[in-house]
Ligand binder design. Structure first.
Ligand code: PMP
Length: 350
């Protein structure tokens, strides 16, 4: 066998473009259009760079404690990783071992099948119904684990806590993961269900609601037995889970929560404005509860709109995938950015 044949082949996840050119209106990767809060900014300017010659605090106690308090949980119920992508990767590796397939929706976060391929896990992608809804009864069958985002991505549709409870009740022997990357834009977190359901695991991120995509901080919240196992696996790759600067910034961001919630409120208002304007122009869309919308024009080609917007300096996300290749996912920017977006869309579809 040659060394080339010994290399692992994986079909990588295709992340949205991070353009080198500035001044684009960037509505393609669901980042928050507002800058991080004052506490984060001062934590960075007060940061003592001398400590960077030392390894970070392996327990990240301050950050973990603040987060636990914020959610009304114990410190032992909080797992931290480098972005929720890493947290999710470690969950797939730690929690989904079994012969039966891991179940997740078909039309969902496209990293899930990538993790399954990477770890040789059986999986089944369960189609959403014609309205892009998850049908809970489809998940009442033998499985090695269940995961879905709430709200779902890229549709933005939300399920209720009752819906999640039904899935938990029918799957007592599997870990059910609810990926709450976008929960703070109008949804209700399943954190309140943790006490009752020890097999529920929730992931969240600092990238969206907390405007901190650049520091890579993600979280899992769950029962301490699962969290401890996740740390065992993570520490087997790298015994210093979160770097020192991210620990300080993350903690300051929890202290900035008032400012951050106000930004989320503005994003929701702008989302509702954008939906209304687009509906008046004939666009169709599921009812998004996230910081993005998923839109389709019955007569106009989505890829064409995507290209024309790009030429005009506006980046949105186009997925060349069956069933959704006539849709665009548009991140909600500031009110000003969305007004420019609407003006452009009007000209393009005219
Ligand atoms: N889950 C979902 C559903 C997402 O859309 C994203 C962002 N691409 C993530 C998790 C990962 O976010 P991050 O790694 O920035 O925490």
């Amino acid at each position: 066998m040659s060394w080339q044949e010994k290399l692992r082949n994986v079909e990588p996840y295709q992340a949205g473009e991070q353009p080198k050119i500035k001044n684009l209106i960037k509505l393609n990767t669901n980042e928050n259009p507002y800058h991080p809060g004052e506490k984060v900014i001062s934590a960075i300017s007060d940061f003592d760079a001398a400590i960077l010659s030392l390894y970070p605090n392996p327990d990240a106690d301050d950050l973990k404690h603040s987060l636990a308090q914020y959610h009304g949980l114990k410190d032992e119920q909080v797992f931290l990783g480098n972005g929720s992508d890493e947290v999710l990767a470690l969950i797939f590796l730690t929690c989904f071992n079994g012969q039966a397939p891991v179940l997740f929706p078909d039309i969902s976060y496209s990293f899930y099948p990538v993790y399954c391929e990477l770890y040789d896990l059986n999986y089944e992608m369960i189609p959403l119904n014609e309205h892009f809804e998850i049908i809970k009864e489809d998940y009442y069958k033998e499985n090695s684990g269940i995961i879905f985002p709430n709200p779902n991505a890229p549709t933005g549709l939300l399920v209720s806590l009752d819906f999640i409870e039904d899935i938990l009740k029918h799957n007592q022997n599997s870990i059910v993961v609810v990926d709450e990357a976008y929960i703070d834009f109008g949804g209700e977190s399943a954190v309140t269900l943790l006490e009752k359901y020890p097999h529920l695991l929730i992931t969240q991120t600092f990238s969206k609601f907390r405007s901190l995509a650049g520091i890579r901080l993600g979280v899992a919240l769950g029962n301490q037995e699962i969290i401890a196992k996740l740390y065992d696996v993570k520490n087997s790759f790298n015994s210093y889970p979160i770097d020192s600067l991210a620990q300080v910034i993350g903690k300051a961001s929890i202290d900035d929560s008032f400012y951050i919630k106000d930004n989320a409120r503005k994003i929701i208002e702008t989302r509702e404005y954008t939906k209304r304007e687009l509906k008046n122009l004939g666009f169709e869309m599921p009812d998004s509860y996230a910081n993005f919308i998923f839109i389709k024009h019955p007569q106009k080609d989505a890829e064409e709109i995507f290209k024309k917007l790009r030429e005009n300096g506006i980046l949105v996300r186009y997925f060349k995938k069956p069933r959704i290749d006539q849709y665009l996912r548009v991140t909600i920017g500031t009110q000003e950015q969305m007004e420019i977006f609407i003006e452009n869309i009007k000209k393009i579809i005219d």
